[in-house]
Design a protein around this ligand. Structure first.
Ligand code: 4NP
Length: 164
């Protein structure tokens, strides 16, 4: 392992539902595996509508059912995030395209991946936006993200071993 922590940025549209869930689920796994010093997480939204807000109440309730408290306040993705983070995870294709739109010279494209690439049990290609739907959509987001975060943790550990 190298000394510098590996940094992950989870990105969705509003940064009040999917990406804060991904961030907090990942932090939960990081705590469980005692990797606090080695992997650092943050999240952001491509839009500014909810900047400064707590995670959505419905998302918080769904995460709490799985024993995961949601912490953090929404912030908007900024161009310097692309330079600063080691890996940037987009929840859906629109998020992915909006992230790359901040990278006009294509310097950071290699750092941007779709979150569902890391799922080991689900076949979904995107984490669906639950905002305008019912409680089951929020529960599904948590299940999908638990799967993706476990795969992502294994990926990060493998990647880190490769650079030490
Ligand atoms: P998120 O969900 O991108 O997962 O945080 C949404 C939050 C807010 C809105 C849409 C999606 N909105 O339209 O305000």
């Amino acid at each position: 392992m190298t000394d510098q922590p590996y940094t992950l940025l989870f990105v969705c549209l509003g940064n009040i539902c999917r990406s804060p869930s991904a961030e907090n689920i990942m932090n939960h796994l990081i705590e469980q595996h005692n990797l606090r010093d080695q992997i650092v997480c943050d999240s952001a939204g491509t839009a500014s509508y909810h900047v400064g807000n707590l995670p959505d109440r419905r998302m918080t309730a769904a995460a709490a059912k799985r024993g995961i408290p949601l912490q953090g306040r929404a912030r908007q993705l900024e161009p310097h995030d692309l330079a600063e983070f080691d890996l940037i995870l987009a929840m859906d294709q629109e998020n992915y395209d909006n992230i790359l739109a901040l990278d006009r010279q294509g310097r950071y494209q290699h750092k941007v991946k779709m979150m569902c690439e890391f799922c080991r049990h689900h076949r979904d290609k995107e984490v669906p936006d639950p905002y305008y739907g019912g409680a089951e959509g929020f529960n599904y987001v948590i299940d999908l993200l638990l799967d993706a975060c476990e795969g992502l943790l294994q990926y990060v550990l493998k990647t880190r071993q490769g650079v030490s």
